[in-house]
Design a protein around this ligand. Structure first.
Ligand SMILES: *Cc1c(COP(=O)(O)O)cnc(C)c1O
Length: 425
């Protein structure tokens, strides 16, 4: 039995499903997950000493590759001073200054410990600000696992066939209106049918949790205009896209100014961090200034701030976005070419360092069209790549990620493996 297999047996006895986050369990692609004991650059080292080229990048955070020396050094330096103070610390101020500079729509920001906390808190703020209760979200968008947002959700919830979670009271779910992404008429109709009742519209401005899907031209501007018209708070969940699609996220690339923004993943440099921020007028409703309560024992943790700050500063120094897009295009072309040669229908949406591979002939523009992708075929493709040392996300409904460590050699090798796996399907 391999080390991974025996670890998984031990884990299953004590941890539900053997994993601490469901999509890690490989349920949608079949087989058992491997355990990783180390990671560096673009490479994971498994418990069985296999080296894998990694396109999951810890589900987004590792934009500089794994275990970057600058981030490790920053954590080490912070560690010398202690792990948690329970008081304000200087690194929190530095982080707030960086975030507000990178993402100008964020006038004020609060740190928390996960993307889930960030989205949950923006929903509460939108409700507190508007004194309305209903929220609009879009099918297939995943915003973490808080009650109001686990309705027609993407990511692991979708992968495991539970886009609506058990344990969410129907009375909560009624406050969440779920609409198809990229459908303007649906938003107009929902706002007309619920006059003066909708507090916020939350979305992934580029979807990454139902596979990677980009908005139709003008869709985000439409959402900005119609929410402003109805006094509804527009919330961009950029937990995945923030600092990845551009330094200032999708909102920079698309020149849209949301009211509130959720951040996570890259902002922690690999440690558990989230943040949310936006218009000062809304953010100042947070306790201790205002009546909307939100808190966190470890929020603004010095180690996490040090890691995140080091990662953000590296982005500023290297400005890697053109290079990442070049790498992303190379991967996209390889997959398209191999599928064309094979006569296999495929869609490969890609922007910068995010991509998806959907085995379908129809363009993917929402949840319904994403589900048309051949998930069984994806499972075979996934395992063929893994056998040759390339790790894609273990689900047909997750985005893939590149990092600056996916240099020429790793990417060339990965493209060969992907092409070979497609040829053999
Ligand atoms: C990952 C993710 C979240 C949840 O973040 P966690 O840190 O896992 O709680 C929320 N929104 C989006 C868009 C995400 O990709």
């Amino acid at each position: 039995m391999s080390s991974s297999d025996s670890l998984f047996e031990r884990a299953k006895r004590l941890i539900p499903g053997g994993v601490n986050s469901p999509v890690r369990a490989f349920r949608s692609v079949g087989g058992a997950p491997f355990f990783v004991k180390a990671a560096r650059g673009a490479t994971l080292v498994t418990a069985d000493d296999r080296e894998l080229i990694d396109f999951v990048c810890t589900w987004g955070p590792a934009i500089h590759g794994h275990n970057h020396p600058r981030i490790r050094a920053a954590i080490g330096a912070a560690l010398e001073n202690g792990t948690s103070f329970g008081t304000p610390n200087p690194l929190e101020v530095e982080m707030a200054e960086l975030i507000t500079r990178f993402v100008p729509s964020i006038q004020k920001v609060r740190m928390c410990n996960s993307g889930t906390e960030a989205t949950m808190s923006t929903i509460r703020l939108a409700r507190g600000f508007t004194k309305r209760d209903k929220i609009i979200k879009f099918a297939g968008c995943y915003h973490g696992h808080s009650d109001s947002l686990l309705i027609k959700a993407g990511s692991g919830a979708l992968t495991h066939g539970h886009p609506d979670s058990a344990g969410v009271p129907a009375s909560f779910a009624r406050e969440t209106i779920v609409l198809p992404y990229n459908d303007r008429a649906a938003v107009e109709a929902a706002l007309t049918a619920n006059p003066g009742q909708v507090a916020g519209v939350i979305l992934e401005p580029y979807c990454g949790n139902v596979g990677f899907i980009m908005p139709d031209p003008g869709y985000l501007a439409f959402l900005r205009a119609i929410t402003a018209k109805h006094g509804v708070v527009l919330i961009f969940d950029e937990v995945m896209t923030g600092f990845r699609i551009a330094r200032g996220g999708v909102q920079e690339r698309e020149a849209i100014v949301p009211d509130l923004t959720c951040l996570g993943k890259i902002i922690g440099g690999g440690l558990p961090v989230g943040a949310f921020g936006g218009r000062a007028e809304i953010m100042d409703l947070l306790a201790p200034l205002g009546p909307v309560y939100q808190a966190g024992t470890l929020s603004g943790n010095p180690l996490a701030m040090a890691a995140g700050i080091a990662g953000l500063r590296l982005l500023e120094e290297e400005n890697p976005y053109q290079r990442l897009d070049f790498l992303g295009r190379q991967l996209r072309e390889a997959v398209l070419g191999a599928c064309r040669a094979k006569g296999l229908p495929v869609q490969v949406p890609q922007c910068g360092s995010m991509f998806s591979i959907f085995f379908t002939d129809a363009p993917v523009r929402d949840y319904a069209t994403a589900l048309r992708g051949d998930a069984k075929l994806f499972g075979r493709f996934f395992h063929a790549c893994l056998a040759e040392g390339v790790y894609l996300a273990p689900s047909a409904y997750e985005a893939g990620f590149l990092s600056t460590a996916h240099d020429g050699v790793a990417l060339t090798r990965a493209c060969e493996v992907l092409s070979g796996a497609i040829a053999a399907l």
